[in-house]
Design a protein around this ligand. Structure first.
Ligand code: UN1
Length: 514
């Protein structure tokens, strides 16, 4: 693995920065083998403060660069990523165990957001609004905000950073990146590829990478008033730790936290479509997307037919668990041993409560896969006799693993399925499979899905960058990537100019000392 990493870094024209292990270094583990492959130096509080300071100082110049010129820098970044797509995908695959095809998709997502941001750099305009006063003009303009802290998770180690970075940079904001400690190498490679492009435009300090522990480095970053926006992706627990700290200094947060996403399949649905989407949504990325399908509600009249098809699909999928570098495998390992522990504990808990494991249910320990953190994609049927709200806690939990719970709902009772879907703390993604326009409209109505993403006849995961990405409730409410998500990275200024010779006051107030 270490040789593989050296080779990938040299393809990227970078050198692998492994150092001798010490009490302050970070051990990098290969999830596919469980082996420690090297050690990295970490930031501490003083070095973090130096980087914040550099980012804050770089803002003074970056904010004055015209947005389309900033866009040209981001265009060069997209080109650089295109050139190195394959090697970068291989690195992501090796470091976090994501299947190579999905890893290529992740780098493509980076390229797409760069393209999007380039166009956006000519479109981040404000409105002109009618003034109530004669000879007055009122308009709003959007101005750069300041350094943005991007905390990213291991499961999308580079794409989610790029959603933030590409948009922040065209908005005129420096970006400080705090990657997951499970994925520092991908971050080092992306930084090594892209930061020189900013440097050659004279803004090298506008891209900072900070690798280090949460109790010192993350806290220092989160608490610093020079960082007006903290954009954090990760667990709800992480969001609950970060949000109050930023709020205490009246900073802004953009949170993209957990998901406990459901698919509803009604009796009119195309079952082949539904099975494919559910299998990808539940087992893709080994169940480690925030958009992973974790719950499936099926109308009773088709429950047996859909279950049979899913069991058959899972049997095939379980043959394709293995080394993520092999394109023949669709499911790689979980990120570490504790993730396997949580998977096993949750399967055991579900069984104790009376649920039936229809597929998978165990981790894999065989010679071929060594000590990698592999588990089988798992399908669990929850009996109709269990009251979902009171008797079946596992469905309320986002276990970051490929566990899908299946439960039937009474014929004709879509409202029940929607209320089950909404009955979790998170509100990220949701999907309905149906050919009934009434059902679809119900799903999208104010009484329908309470999630930030509501899909029909496609699954819960795999969103495009052009839409605003994020969710409600404990998912955190933030929106990243497309649509008008850029507004979170700018400050809005309302401007009014009086072009007349008198001073009329708003609200018709008459107030004069003469
Ligand atoms: C995440 O898991 O944090 O919609 C992001 C998707 C991907 C992004 C997932 N485009 O599944």
């Amino acid at each position: 693995m270490s040789q593989e990493l050296h080779a990938l870094f040299s393809q990227l024209e970078l050198s692998l920065p492994f150092v001798k292990p010490s009490s302050t270094t970070l051990a990098c583990e290969d999830p596919s083998s469980g082996a420690v492959v090297g050690h990295l130096a970490q930031d501490d509080k003083p070095s973090t403060l130096v980087k914040i300071d550099a980012a804050a100082r770089s803002f003074a110049a970056l904010r004055e660069v015209p947005a389309p010129v900033r866009g040209a820098i981001v265009r060069a970044m997209g080109e650089r990523l295109r050139e190195h797509k394959q090697a970068l995908a291989q690195l992501v695959c090796a470091e976090v165990g994501k299947g190579i095809e999905e890893a290529r998709g992740e780098v493509q997502e980076m390229i797409d957001i760069c393209d999007y941001a380039v166009g956006l750099s000519r479109m981040i305009g404000g409105k002109t609004l009618p003034s109530e006063r004669p000879d007055h003009r009122m308009f709003e303009q959007w101005l750069p905000l300041g350094p943005v802290l991007c905390i990213s998770a291991f499961n999308f180690p580079v794409a989610v950073w790029s959603w933030n970075a590409a948009i922040a940079l065209i908005c005129g904001d420096p970006v400080i990146w705090k990657p997951s400690l499970h994925a520092p190498l991908s971050a080092i490679a992306v930084h090594g590829l892209l930061q020189p492009l900013l440097a050659s435009a004279g803004h090298g300090d506008a891209m900072q990478l900070v690798i280090g522990p949460d109790d010192t480095v993350a806290k220092t970053l989160v608490d610093d008033v020079r960082v007006p926006l903290v954009s954090a992706t990760g667990s709800c627990a992480m969001g609950r730790a970060v949000a109050p700290r930023v709020a205490a200094r009246l900073g802004r947060t953009l949170l993209e936290l957990g998901g406990n996403n459901a698919v509803i399949v009604d009796a009119t649905a195309d079952l082949e479509l539904a099975v494919r989407a559910v299998a990808f949504g539940a087992a893709g990325t080994a169940g480690q997307r925030c958009t992973t399908t974790r719950r499936l509600f099926v109308e009773r009249s088709i429950a047996a037919a859909l279950t049979d098809k899913l069991v058959a699909a899972y049997a095939q999928l379980s043959e394709r668990v293995g080394d993520p570098r092999d394109a023949g495998n669709l499911i790689g390992p979980l990120i570490d041993a504790s993730a396997v522990g949580r998977f096993s504990a949750m399967v055991a808990h579900a069984k104790r409560l009376g649920a039936t494991v229809l597929a998978g249910g165990s981790s894999i320990h065989d010679g071929e896969l060594g000590a990698g953190h592999y588990v089988l994609p798992t399908l669990i049927r929850v009996p109709d006799s269990l009251d979902l709200d009171a008797d079946f806690a596992p469905m309320q939990t986002e276990t970051f693993a490929p566990i899908l719970y299946l439960r039937s709902f009474p014929n004709g009772d879509l409202a029940r399925a929607i209320s089950w879907q909404n009955s979790v703390e998170q509100g990220l993604s949701s999907a309905l499979f149906s050919d009934s326009s009434r059902a679809i409209e119900r799903f999208w109505s104010p009484a329908g899905s309470d999630c930030g993403i509501a899909n029909v006849n496609i699954g819960t995961s795999g969103a495009e960058i052009g839409g605003a990405f994020g969710g409600e409730k404990a998912t955190g409410g933030g929106r990243e990537a497309g649509s008008d998500a850029w507004k979170a990275y700018m400050r809005r200024q309302t401007c009014t100019i009086n072009g007349g010779e008198t001073l009329p006051l708003a609200q018709g107030i008459s107030w004069s000392s003469t």
